[in-house]
Write a protein that binds this ligand. Structure first.
Ligand SMILES: Cc1cc2nc3c(=O)[nH]c(=O)nc-3n(C[C@H](O)[C@H](O)[C@H](O)COP(=O)(O)O)c2cc1C
Length: 182
């Protein structure tokens, strides 16, 4: 499948079968994330893989913020916590000078590599950003210098042949500034 087709097919998946995801598939999506580019090749991403039913439930109950109801996440056989470890020099110093927050860009790229690799394997994913990072850090046992930024659910979509319609996207004409050639 071409990259274009994978990108066009991907949707946030919020309905999963109970079938487990083989370890090899999980490793493959993590490896796709690992290969992402990053500022100064700092590779700030970290991952925690959660498959245990009770641990998943605890993360969802205690680590997701109230207001957005996400009980469907319990049906995802895998939760991947996406974390960010900032380096002192490149991240804090360079970000202070340039005002460009490189590690956030980096982990966004890594997360989307993961998501697109999952799509190629027929797996569904959904980014979850409505979380309590400090609580999730404690639950996954990460040290204080690793910041949990998001959770990505992973599993086999309940309706692979009838994905939800694409949510509306802004038109390129409202997004792009074409500068005239001089
Ligand atoms: C950084 C980020 C955080 C998100 N957080 C949530 C979330 O907390 N809960 C949720 O159900 N969806 C979440 N989403 C999914 C978005 O709602 C979804 O990507 C968007 O509506 C577009 O739909 P699509 O992914 O099906 O194309 C998040 C997506 C991103 C990229």
């Amino acid at each position: 499948m071409s990259v274009a087709k994978i990108i066009a097919r991907r949707r946030s998946c919020r309905a999963y079968t109970s079938a487990p995801v083989p370890r090899g598939h999980i490793e493959q999506v993590l490896d796709a994330a690992r290969l992402a580019p990053s500022a100064c090749n700092q590779q700030p991403w970290r991952f925690a893989v959660v498959t245990d039913v009770e641990r998943k439930r605890t993360i969802i109950e205690q680590g997701f913020r109230p207001g957005l109801s996400m009980p469907w996440a319990n049906h995802a056989p895998v939760l991947i916590v996406l974390g960010m470890k900032k380096s002192l020099l490149v991240h804090r110093a360079a970000v202070a000078i340039s005002k460009v927050d490189y590690p956030w860009i980096d982990i966004g790229i890594a997360g989307e590599h993961l998501v697109l690799q999952a799509e190629e394997l027929g797996l569904g994913t959904c980014w979850i950003g409505w979380v309590k990072p400090a609580r999730i850090r404690r639950l996954v046992g990460w040290p204080s210098d690793v910041h949990p930024a998001a959770v990505i659910t992973l599993g086999w979509p309940e309706n692979p042949d009838a994905p939800p319609p694409q949510r509306p996207r802004k038109d390129l004409s409202t997004l792009v500034t074409w500068l005239a050639e001089s």
